[in-house]
Write a protein that binds this ligand. Structure first.
Ligand SMILES: NC(=O)c1ccc[n+]([C@@H]2O[C@H](COP(=O)([O-])OP(=O)(O)OC[C@H]3O[C@@H](n4cnc5c(N)ncnc54)[C@H](OP(=O)(O)O)[C@@H]3O)[C@@H](O)[C@H]2O)c1
Length: 332
């Protein structure tokens, strides 16, 4: 089969199209998918250039790509939820068991991929394959960051107040919509060129980060979701409610030490928190996302489509020319 192969760490040029890469076969708990579309995530280039090798070393040759949308072509003997011909999407994981470091094994930039049954859901029927492929990793990231915290606030009968720093990108454009669907009042930051887009996604207040520093935005917020990962806790702590949370997807020393500092903070009655969240593949969460799509509360924000042969250009676009939302590789 045709696949974009990575043979060693490096820049986008290291991705080489190979025409006779072996088709992966499903293990008993896996599904083989003919990949129609796969999406581009910053995670892929961080893996590709070796930034994450201390926690997630690669075995070469390997195929990048975490998001798939496609058609089931074979199922392992223990698979019960899917059959040949089903249209599915998901944040794939070619590992037979989830890895202990939490990293899924990619493989979407190829004509066929295998993934565990528990990483897939049926593709929402109203979406094209490129639209569906643009969702899983980014939407799961936003859902898993927002849902546990916002659903804990909702029973108090008031709309949670949420600030999303970086509301126009792959994760942020979905986070704005998910926060609205979860009943929040949403303030979002983005560049001037994306303000109309972010408004159209439902944000109640949109801030141009180049003219208004986030630290001057009026709160207080129950939750600040730092998608752009450029906020310091001490700079935004005063914007949080007494039990407010700053959450980021990019781990740093402060968020890694947060679980240790929790009991000390409790001693001093400080209930504000700074945490980070890793996305994990989950058919259950993906199904919730599917419901939001079907009910019209979540729509993909697709910015650019590339062919598999254009994978190098696609990565150059992702790292330098990206405008908003998601980029997708159309494979079949
Ligand atoms: N740990 C995990 O599980 C996980 C999962 C997914 C993503 N991530 C990480 O999360 C980050 C975001 O991912 P993504 O896919 O959403 O990236 P992306 O599509 O590149 O989006 C980046 C966003 O940041 C905004 N931005 C840029 N400079 C900013 C600034 N100075 N202030 C405020 N916002 C700013 C951009 O707005 P404009 O375009 O309008 O300038 C855009 O909305 C990446 O570092 C990614 O690796 C981590």
């Amino acid at each position: 089969m045709k696949a974009a192969i990575l043979t060693h760490y490096g820049l986008a040029e290291q991705l080489i199209i190979q025409h006779d890469f072996p088709v992966p076969l499903p293990a008993p708990n896996q599904v083989q998918v003919k990949v129609m579309a796969a999406s581009l995530n910053p995670l892929d280039y961080k893996i590709r250039n070796g930034e994450l090798r201390w926690i997630h070393p690669l075995k070469f040759p390997m195929v990048l790509g975490n998001d798939i949308s496609g058609v089931v072509t074979a199922v392992g003997e223990n698979v019960s939820q899917f059959k040949v011909g089903d249209e599915v999407f998901g944040m794939m994981d070619a590992n037979v068991k989830p890895a202990c470091n939490g990293f899924a094994r990619p493989g979407a930039y190829a004509e066929y991929a295998v993934t565990r049954e528990d990483t897939l859901a049926l593709k929402p029927s109203g979406l094209t394959h490129p639209e569906a492929a643009s969702l899983p990793l980014a939407a799961l990231t936003a859902w898993q960051a927002l849902h546990p915290l916002l659903s804990a606030i909702h029973p108090t009968q008031r709309a949670p107040n949420v600030l999303i720093n970086g509301g126009s990108g792959g994760v942020g454009s979905l986070a704005v919509q998910i926060a609205k669907a979860l009943g929040a009042t949403v303030t979002a930051t983005c560049s001037a060129r994306n303000m109309t887009l972010v408004q159209s996604l439902g944000a109640d207040h949109v801030i141009d980060y180049s003219t208004t520093p986030v630290t001057t935005v009026s709160g207080p917020f129950d939750l600040i979701y730092d998608v752009a990962a450029n906020l310091r806790y001490r700079d935004v702590e005063s914007l949080l409610t007494s039990e407010g949370v700053l959450i980021t997807n990019v781990a740093n020393i402060a968020t890694m030490l947060a679980p240790l500092s929790g009991p000390i903070k409790k001693l001093f009655e400080k209930r504000k928190r700074y945490i980070h969240a890793w996305v994990r593949s989950s058919a259950h969460d993906l199904t919730q996302i599917s419901h939001l799509v079907s009910s019209g509360q979540l729509r993909p924000v697709l910015s650019q489509c590339f062919a598999l042969d254009e994978v190098n250009e696609a990565y150059q676009w992702l790292t330098s020319g990206r405008s908003h939302g998601k980029g997708v590789l159309q494979i079949a």
